[in-house]
Design a protein around this ligand. Structure first.
Ligand code: ATP
Ligand code: MG
Length: 702
């Protein structure tokens, strides 16, 4: 045979010393020292915008240049999006090898490891993951099974039970302590609650389900309770790097100890002043205690901010200087110029919206792309008015945070069908499907589930189940559909014969499910069209996955965090504005940032007002929001707001307590239209005796 021509392969970047020097030349000396740190534990603790994430990217690139195999590097981040962004930045530095670095969230990594090693630890291979909503339902069923709370008026609800359970797992605090500290009114039920937890845990086992907490807890336990598993898992990686370490909890710290037990090559970066997930069990003390957990850790602090102008830093430094406990220091920058941040008083929500939209258009006309502008708020619902106005004015935007696509009832409905096909033991999904059927109520649904349980979740039991007459037609249609889908195994195994995985199989499943479900949906909703469009979207996303299991795990673990994540791709190229909750804006930056609803009771949230720790967390959240801005920052608050959640129907609102006099000194006030009196500066204005419109609106607000 003729010799094949030799193909010229351009080499990936070499590791020549000059290259190495140029690699780190994008960093200042402290950052470069951290990026080039040798082996052993390293902590970078520094304020917002000091280049922590950038340093981590360079460190990944440096490790690869040093000869560490990329697939032996684990990069843990808060979202999948963050990991992808960091790795594509590393790729620009050292070439495509960095694409082989394992990057993702703690939960996704735990999931991957449990799929591989879970069987050796007693888990069935084909387990399903349930999201928080389903975990709460399962908790509710455990509670009902034991009959607790049926009579007692004040027995904790299923959501509360799940919250306490999750907190117990994530913080390692004993149940009694959690109840005593946070829910003293339920302290007397500690025994019953423990029994419900036991029932919940055994239900998860019998039904082959893992909740989010299991992904971390089982991972930690594999590392701590079996020498052999610990050995196998921890030897997968030579280096572990973690961004946003301030938002990890004790369980995650245990995981990291286990993963790095032999080599101790762990790098974590974070900012205690930006810790915003205590409500999920994270503790910023975790980052402060890192040097104790990893003896001999090198600690790097950074104080030069590269993101924001000095006038913005003057405001954010002052804001965070009020925090009661903190480690990070005051930040400075060499970025001169820039306007003092604006403090904008609007008369009401409409005026706030109008100002934000007008100003965005103005910035846009002056050359700022929409993608360089963000509007941030404390909670997802606070952007409703703005969203309507943006849609009216045809300004493209995407929204991060708030209610997720997957939490919508119709999406959960369709996924439940896929779930029972993937895992016939998924009781919660059975219950959901059955109660969707015309003529089937809770009693019939429970009877059908008992029939399934009695025959070890053999779907045949449902076929033999005799429903009441009124449900017979629907039952027949369901059984026929399930049988048809079970007989199309391609979406189960991903094996479509010689061609390999069948990309369209899961989408075709959904199409078949919709033959049954779309009618139910049309029956339920007066305006089914947007919901049907959502299902079209779901079908499009599904087309990218080889199996039902892969699709369901991906959706549950990495729920699309923005409407854009759902798009088929074309839209994402368009220039669009970002609307985001402050939580979802973590780690990001924009040229211009608006923080709206800077009103006491909104931001900080009214729920935090009675608790010092929660109030401190709200302050850090405000700090996260404001420190996203590079050049322009505007804090906006409406004077009059319609307030249902606080009991009063109408209120004259106060500027957020975080924007106190000292902070305001670094801002310029902007009044809109005819000057409105400002209660934060002037004596309180006379409240109107009556507000006719608010009263009328109140009649229609639950
Ligand atoms: P946060 O606390 O908000 O997560 P961070 O500390 O991770 O912030 P980065 O996002 O890494 O900060 O950096 C903020 C901005 O400063 C980015 O645009 C980054 O590219 C830029 N930057 C950081 N360090 C340097 C540097 N040495 N030279 C030039 N630009 C830098
Ligand atoms: Mg960062």
């Amino acid at each position: 045979m003729d010799e094949l021509p030799r193909i010229y392969q351009p080499r990936e970047r070499t590791t020549a010393p000059s290259d190495r020097a140029s690699l780190l030349s994008g960093l200042n000396p402290e950052q470069a020292a951290a990026a080039a740190h040798g082996d052993g534990p390293l902590l970078i603790i520094a304020g917002a915008g000091t280049g922590k994430t950038r340093t981590l990217v360079y460190r990944v690139a440096h490790l690869i240049e040093r000869g560490i195999r990329p697939e032996r590097i684990l990069l843990l981040t808060f979202t999948r999006r963050a990991a992808q962004e960091m790795l594509s930045r590393a790729e620009r530095l050292v070439g495509s090898a960095s694409g082989r670095v394992h990057g993702g969230t703690f939960h996704a990594t735990g999931h991957r490891l449990l799929r591989t090693y879970g069987e050796s630890a007693g888990l069935a291979r084909d387990f399903s993951i349930i999201d928080q909503g389903d975990a709460e339902e399962l908790m509710g069923r455990a509670r009902a099974q034991l009959g607790f709370g049926a009579g007692a008026k004040r027995f904790p609800k299923k959501e509360t039970l799940h919250y306490v359970y999750s907190r117990h797992i994530n913080t390692e605090k004993p149940l009694e302590v959690i109840l005593g500290e946070e829910l003293p009114q339920f302290a007397e039920y500690a025994d019953q609650i423990t029994r419900i937890f036991a029932e919940y845990v055994s239900r998860k086992g019998e039904r082959n389900l893992l909740d989010y907490d299991d992904l971390l807890y089982f991972w930690a336990t594999m590392l701590e309770s079996s020498e052999e598993l610990a050995q196998r898992i921890s030897s997968l990686y030579d280096h572990v790097l973690v961004d946003e370490y301030q938002d990890t909890n004790i369980l995650q710290a245990r995981i990291l100890r286990g993963m790095c037990r032999t080599h101790r090559n762990i790098t974590v970066v974070g900012d205690d002043a930006q810790s915003i997930y205590a409500f999920r069990g994270a503790s910023f003390r975790n980052i402060l205690e890192f040097p104790k957990q990893f003896q001999g850790a090198a600690v790097v602090t950074l104080e030069q901010n590269y993101r924001s102008t000095q006038p913005i830093l003057d405001v954010t430094n002052t804001l965070i200087s009020r925090a009661s406990e903190r480690f990070s220091k005051t930040l400075w920058t060499v970025r001169g110029g820039g306007d003092k941040p604006w403090l904008v008083t609007a008369r009401d929500e409409h005026e706030q919206t109008r100002f934000v939209v007008d100003r965005i258009l103005q910035l846009h006309e002056n050359g700022t792309p929409l993608g360089e502008i963000a509007v941030l708020f404390r909670a997802g619902y606070m952007s409703a008015d703005l969203e309507i106005e943006l849609a009216n004015r045809k300004i493209p935007f995407e929204k991060w945070g708030g209610i997720k696509f997957l939490e919508a009832a119709h999406i959960k409905d369709v996924l439940s069908f896929l779930r029972v096909l993937d895992n016939p033991r998924d009781e919660i999904s059975w219950f959901r499907i059955l109660t969707l059927l015309p003529g089937v109520g809770e009693v019939t649904a429970n009877n059908a589930i008992h029939a399934l349980l009695a025959r070890a979740w053999d779907v045949g039991a449902l076929e033999d189940f005799v429903p009441p007459a009124r449900a017979r037609a629907a039952h027949g249609a369901l059984v026929a559909m399930l049988r048809e889908l079970r007989d199309t195994p391609s979406a189960q195994t991903g094996d479509a014969g010689p061609g390999g995985a069948d990309e369209g199989a899961v989408a075709r499943d959904i199409a078949r499910i919709r033959v049954l479900y779309d009618d139910i949906l049309r029956e339920r909703y007066d305006r089914p069209e947007p919901r049907l469009a959502d299902l079209d979207q779901l079908q499009t996303i599904a087309a990218g996955y080889p199996t039902r299991g892969a699709f369901l795990s991906a959706l549950t673990l990495e729920p699309p965090s923005s409407t854009q994540d759902l798009g088929a791709g074309a839209d994402s190229e368009d220039d669009h504005l970002v609307l985001s909750t402050a939580h979802s804006a973590k780690g990001k930056e924009w040229d211009a940032v608006f923080v709206i609803w800077a009103v006491d009771g909104w931001f900080p949230s009214s729920r935090a007002l009675g608790d010092d720790d929660e109030l401190e967390e709200e302050r850090r959240l405000m700090y996260v929001a404001m420190t996203r801005a590079r050049n322009e920052l505007a804090i906006v608050y409406p004077l009059n707001a319609y307030a249902t959640q606080r009991g009063s129907e109408y209120s004259i609102d106060q500027l957020s307590r975080f924007v106190d006099r000292g902070v305001r000194q670094h801002m310029q006030r902007v009044a809109l239209g005819p000057p409105a009196p400002d209660p934060a500066a002037a004596p309180p204005r006379q409240e109107p005796l009556l507000d006719l419109r608010a009263l009328l609106r109140g009649r229609f607000t639950p």
